[in-house]
Design a protein around this ligand. Structure first.
Ligand code: HEC
Ligand code: HEC
Ligand code: HEC
Ligand code: HEC
Ligand code: HEC
Length: 447
């Protein structure tokens, strides 16, 4: 297809999507060659380049689960169901923006080695001039790929390009253009920026950049000025175990220090989000789980799980791990006959409290397909910034419990994707393995 014809075709294809969301005016307006390669910037910005290369930004198109979700689910679905036709281009606008801006839709798979693989590159963020929305979302960035690089300084000079001081580059609204997203059904399926504005950090002036880009004395480039607060490009998030470790506190309190078998014991767990600037989990909430497992271990090493005591709020069953099956849309999209669904909570042990926000498809079934989300407003049991959730446990000490000390442990875990979904798509285990966020332990005496 010729360039112009192809763009017209693409505009028609995504019109269903853009009608309800942001403008996609930038699609197909440019060519790959309009954007310099990150390795070019890396000649002078060596450290920043190295940091970006190790961050998720440079993997946003090539990362295994992104590839699988787009090529095996979203793309085939976009061809089957008119309502979601726009995601064919939409996913790529944020995950492979060079391909989107060049009209290379759908792009070839990562193995083909096209420039879509560069992901969210230097030239994307530093050529963004603003947004077409009042409160940005859905790739509503305005972009001007020329030799002017927008940045945070008023006095920087470069031999390779012009520089421009930009309030927008420094603002969380830059991040919001991609980190908040509405589905074709008008549901907020990503709302990290909106969660942040609703919390205490926005008012205190603590930006996304302050927690996700570390600032330290140094130089941005060879020949650049010495800066006291050089912005590093780490972008550590939930994919970095060390960023998650300790992000939430856990405390555990037993009602009695000494009990006999058959007695009932009350426990109180307090779970405090003191470090995350938005909800935890945030981002792709459709597939993220944070959960609390409470276990008792007696003097002989025998272990019992202690199930949470329900509070009785509507739809609470989605926040207590069970053997329920879900994610039926996967079978429909992939044409799998007699698809029985996948375990909703993967390997999370039954009875554990799950902090999550479930998404539901137009048929009312829980889904990991965020683009196919028609409802997700009725239950949000995640932990907000500086919020504490209190969980109660009422447990009868089993008759077989050995006399002596009994350890009670509360472990808080996080996973990117339910293990059932990860196993089904044969993803590397590291993409869905539980990560320990924190734990607490108390000892009681069995008389
Ligand atoms: C020949 C070396 C060189 C190359 C190549 C280069 N830059 Fe720079 N760049 C610099 C120098 C030097 C500065 C000034 C740094 C300072 O004084 O703090 C700079 C500054 C910047 C700034 C900060 C602007 C501001 O006002 O805050 C950005 C953003 C930037 N460069 C992006 C890029 C991007 C994107 C590329 C690749 C397309 C690139 N640079 C390629 C040398 C280079
Ligand atoms: C508005 C921008 C935007 C759009 C549109 C978008 N994404 Fe994303 N996507 C993101 C951002 C930002 C993240 C990272 C947030 C997080 O950590 O969960 C993300 C995360 C993901 C992840 C999770 C990666 C992981 O390691 O767990 C997958 C998979 C994914 N997107 C696939 C898709 C698919 C498929 C589509 C199209 C149906 C799509 N995205 C549309 C911005 C977008
Ligand atoms: C996801 C968006 C994003 C990407 C991708 C990105 N940057 Fe940046 N960059 C920023 C933001 C935001 C700032 C300003 C940080 C602040 O305000 O604290 C910045 C600052 C800079 C600065 C000035 C640093 C300083 O403190 O003076 C340079 C130079 C720079 N970036 C170069 C690059 C290069 C080179 C790449 C690619 C290897 C890159 N950036 C990729 C968002 C990005
Ligand atoms: C052009 C779109 C775009 C912009 C602008 C953008 N991001 Fe992202 N960001 C993404 C995508 C896409 C991913 C997901 C990568 C993946 O998992 O595939 C991501 C991932 C991340 C992650 C890693 C999340 C995780 O789960 O580990 C962090 C942290 C992050 N972004 C922070 C920021 C911040 C801070 C800004 C603003 C300075 C910003 N982003 C601007 C598209 C963008
Ligand atoms: C007060 C510090 C702080 C601020 C402010 C902050 N974050 Fe985070 N963010 C964290 C921490 C800590 C984590 C790791 C825990 C987690 O994954 O939720 C995180 C995780 C993330 C993730 C991965 C989400 C997930 O659960 O998979 C994304 C994406 C992200 N941040 C983007 C942003 C954006 C965009 C903003 C601004 C709108 C922002 N953050 C503001 C501290 C912060």
């Amino acid at each position: 297809m010729k360039g112009k014809l192809r763009s017209i075709f693409i505009v028609i294809a995504i019109s269903v999507f853009v009608a309800t969301t942001a403008s996609a005016a930038e699609m197909g307006k440019f060519k790959y060659e309009d954007f310099k390669k990150p390795s070019n910037c890396g000649m002078c910005h060596k450290e920043i380049y190295q940091e970006w290369q190790q961050s998720m930004m440079s993997h946003s198109f090539t990362h295994k689960w992104d590839e699988v979700e787009y090529f095996e689910l979203a793309l085939p679905h976009s061809k089957k169901l008119e309502k979601v036709a726009g995601v064919k281009a939409g996913c790529i606008a944020c995950h492979g923006p060079l391909a989107f801006l060049s009209g290379d839709i759908p792009p070839k798979k990562p193995s083909a080695g096209t420039r879509a693989n560069e992901g969210v590159s230097c030239e994307i963020c530093h050529n963004i001039t603003g947004t077409s929305e009042k409160i940005p979302f859905n790739f509503s960035f305005n972009i001007k790929p020329d030799n002017v690089k927008n940045g945070p300084r008023k006095d920087s000079k470069s031999p390779a390009h012009k520089t421009n001081f930009s309030e927008f580059t420094k603002s969380p609204e830059l991040c919001a253009t991609c980190h908040d997203e509405q589905s074709p059904y008008g549901m907020w399926v990503k709302s990290t920026y909106r969660e942040w504005t609703a919390g205490p950090y926005a008012e205190e002036g603590v930006r996304c950049q302050d927690c996700h880009m570390y600032h330290a004395p140094g130089k941005a480039a060879y020949g650049g000025k010495q800066r006291e607060d050089l912005a590093h490009h780490n972008f550590h998030g939930s994919h970095v175990p060390g960023k998650l470790a300790g992000a939430v506190d856990v405390a555990l309190y037993p009602s009695k220090k000494s009990v006999s078998a058959g007695d009932s014991l009350n426990l109180r767990a307090e779970v405090f989000n003191g470090k995350v600037g938005h909800m935890i989990p945030s981002g792709s909430a459709e597939e993220r789980m944070l959960w609390l497992e409470v276990w008792a271990t007696d003097a002989n090493g025998h272990k019992w799980p202690i199930p949470v005591t329900p509070k009785g709020f509507p739809m609470e069953e989605y926040t207590i791990a069970s053997d329920a099956m879900a994610y039926f849309a996967i079978g429909e999209i992939m044409d799998i006959k007699d698809f029985k669904g996948l375990k909703r909570d993967g390997n999370v042990p039954a009875g554990a409290r799950i902090f999550r926000k479930p998404f539901f498809d137009p048929k009312g079934r829980m889904t990991v397909c965020q683009w196919y989300t028609a409802e997700n407003t009725k239950l949000d049991y995640r932990i907000g910034p500086r919020e504490t959730k209190i969980e109660n446990y009422k447990w009868e000490i089993p008759n077989g419990a050995a006399k002596g000390p009994m350890k009670i442990t509360a472990n808080l875990y996080y996973s990117q994707i339910p293990s059932s979904v990860g196993e089904f798509f044969k993803l590397p285990e590291s993409e869905y393995a539980p990560l320990l966020v924190n734990s607490a332990e108390v000892e009681i005496e069995i008389k």
